[in-house]
Write a protein that binds this ligand. Structure first.
Ligand code: ADP
Length: 376
């Protein structure tokens, strides 16, 4: 069957009228960011923020108008409130290497009410354990007595439902804000909760931005000491734009020993310094192998690459996490090790890194009394 064309979709959308404006949504210029990928269609309908909550029927009608076209397999329409871009004030000093400097994101424009500080976890490429690290870092922060949320900003490949073993859809008691999901005491929001797993991730550009903004600002995060944002892998423009959308207090870069040499770590750093976000440090993941039987340590990947690279770049080396089947299994089964085996040396590593990260973003070193968490 021939691929449906943008023109056909626009023609179909001309049948959908904005009830409050009395004209169709195409003539009103409300449709943007259209993507067509093998019969899967996505687009955004731009509306004024205050109208968003009452325009769900319009969004549905738009999807239905396109669904019936021949050659269309799926349709995803999202309402986007025209992002009022909130550039960082130019006068703000760049704490490129943030050696414990204080920085209060609540003073920045675009801060998320109730959320004291936001830290991103980034990587040069996929598969280095970024999401595993983000999850365990969040749990380490929590184990240190903090109230923690996790925002999975990987719109195309969300990992948090799997990492934290949580499924289902967030509810919205007031019809305006979503209640985040909860797992191991963390509040969690991920595209994986909003879009069924088999839905192709065809969102692009403006749609991704609005999804991120919605997960950040249209979720009832409550009071959080820290939000950990799992960024999509890579250090390209897409990641840069995302980093710009979130009022980040700092970023942690995860790398494996062999990848640090391959990725241009400098690029990762540049990405954050460009948007005036301090790089808090580098974590080397899958750093060495600790034999589960004899406890002997083998440096299978010329371990230490990240530490040397961090030194060379003048960035703090935050720690090394070994390659261990226990980390892989717990991570992939949604039973993150820092929560499920707090007595393990790995949990200890993540709590230590978490303490240092917290110290760097807030200047506070004292850990609060850890809450008593019962893990079943
Ligand atoms: P990314 O977010 O960088 O794509 P993930 O966190 O999804 O990476 O990890 C990729 C795979 O590697 C997963 O199967 C995960 O369980 C595994 N993994 C991550 N860190 C470790 C580790 N330290 N030891 C063993 N396996 C790991």
């Amino acid at each position: 069957m021939a691929e449906v064309t943008e023109q056909q979709i626009l023609d179909a959308l001309r049948q959908v009228r904005d009830p409050e404006k009395g004209a169709d949504i195409v003539s009103l210029g409300m449709v943007s960011g259209m993507v067509i990928r093998q019969g899967n269609v996505g687009f955004a309908i731009e509306v004024e923020p205050e109208r968003g909550p009452r325009l769900e029927p319009l969004r549905k009608a738009a999807e239905q108008a396109v669904e019936i076209l021949p050659g269309v397999l799926s349709v995803t329409a999202v309402l986007t409130a025209e992002a009022k871009s909130a550039p960082r004030p130019a006068a703000q000093p760049a704490h490129a290497h943030g050696n414990g400097q204080q920085r209060n994101p609540m003073q920045q424009r675009g801060a998320v009410p109730g959320v004291r500080t936001i830290v991103a976890v980034a990587s040069g490429k996929g598969g280095v354990g970024k999401s595993t690290t983000a999850t365990n870092l969040a749990l380490g922060l929590q184990a240190n007595g903090l109230k923690v949320g996790v925002l999975d900003a990987d719109i195309y490949g969300p990992s948090m439902p799997r990492m934290l073993g949580v499924t289902g859809r967030p509810s919205s008691p007031d019809g305006k804000k979503l209640t985040p999901m909860q797992s191991y005491g963390l509040k969690v929001m991920s595209m994986g909760f909003l879009v069924p797993e088999d839905t192709p991730m065809i969102w692009r550009g403006p749609m991704v931005m609005s999804a991120l903004q919605q997960m950040l600002r249209e979720v009832d995060w409550g009071e959080l000491d820290v939000m950990v944002v799992d960024l999509p892998p890579g250090t390209g423009d897409a990641q840069l734009t995302m980093a710009q959308q979130v009022p980040l207090a700092g970023a942690v870069i995860v790398s494996t020993p062999q990848d640090i040499a391959l990725i241009d770590a400098r690029k990762g750093l540049n990405m954050f310094t460009k948007v005036d976000v301090p790089v808090l440090g580098i974590i080397e993941n899958m750093s060495y192998f600790l034999c589960p039987h004899c406890g002997e340590r083998s440096d299978i990947f010329s371990h230490g690459g990240a530490r040397r690279e961090a030194e060379r770049l003048g960035v703090e080396f935050l720690g090394e996490v070994p390659l261990d089947i226990a980390i892989r299994e717990t991570s992939d089964e949604g039973r993150p090790i820092t929560a499920t085996n707090p007595a393990s040396p790995y949990a200890e590593i993540f709590r230590r890194v978490a303490a240092r990260v917290w110290e760097k973003v807030t200047g506070e070193s004292a850990l609060r009394t850890p809450p008593h968490i019962v893990v079943e």
